[in-house]
Design a protein around this ligand. Structure first.
Ligand code: GDP
Length: 178
């Protein structure tokens, strides 16, 4: 569990091309944040900022992982460093949905404690005509994996902050239950 005062570490996971960079850019941009200056996304692709959720501020460090498919060590490392995970797939890409399931299993292997907050995120929901994964598939998968579910569009900035706020709410619930 995170020690008090330390920012929550939220990790973006998912196949390449699903929208992780787009999510990180929205987070890094000042749009919905209390910080006046944008933070740089560089090197390790992480960004720390304080966001307001339900009238209470929360310090969050967002880690944008590059494609870890080929790098098992990086996978294990990410599976151990996060306090919470946004597990992304693209609703236009069935393979990325399957990849999200695999990543969920990897997480469970390295994080046997049940309380790691995870949200399954079906991104690109603006691309309705290219949909390969139904809302129901996403919801069912999340139920099986015992995590929350949301569909988003980074392109339309739809539900992205809702996903960030959702993960903070789950982190708080876990903190309050300890
Ligand atoms: P990453 O490899 O997971 O970091 O994916 P990117 O963030 O680089 O996104 C891959 C491509 O999908 C880019 O061309 C993005 O502009 C596009 N993209 C990301 N999110 C969305 C979305 O919600 N809707 C649409 N239409 N395109 C998106």
């Amino acid at each position: 569990p995170p020690e008090p005062g330390r920012p929550y570490r939220v990790v973006l996971l998912g196949a390449s091309g699903v929208g992780k960079t787009a999510f990180a850019s929205i987070f890094a941009g000042a749009a919905d944040s209390m910080d006046s200056d944008d933070c740089e996304l560089s090197g390790d692709e992480m960004c720390e900022k304080t966001i307001e959720v339900d009238g209470e501020s929360a310090a969050v460090t967002l880690l944008d992982t590059w494609d870890t498919e080929t790098d098992k060590r990086a996978q294990e490392c990410h599976a151990q460093t996060g306090d919470a995970y946004l597990l992304l797939y693209s609703i236009t890409d069935r393979a990325s949905f399957i990849r999200a399931s695999e990543l969920r299993i990897t997480l469970r292997r390295f994080r046997p404690a049940q309380h790691t907050p995870i949200i399954l995120v079906g991104n690109k929901c603006d691309l309705v005509r290219r949909r390969e994964v139904s809302v129901n598939d996403g919801r069912t998968c999340a139920a099986v994996f015992d995590c929350k579910f949301i569909e988003t569009s980074a392109a339309m900035q739809h539900n992205v902050w809702e996903a960030f706020r959702g993960i903070v709410r789950q982190l708080r619930l876990r903190r309050d239950s300890e």
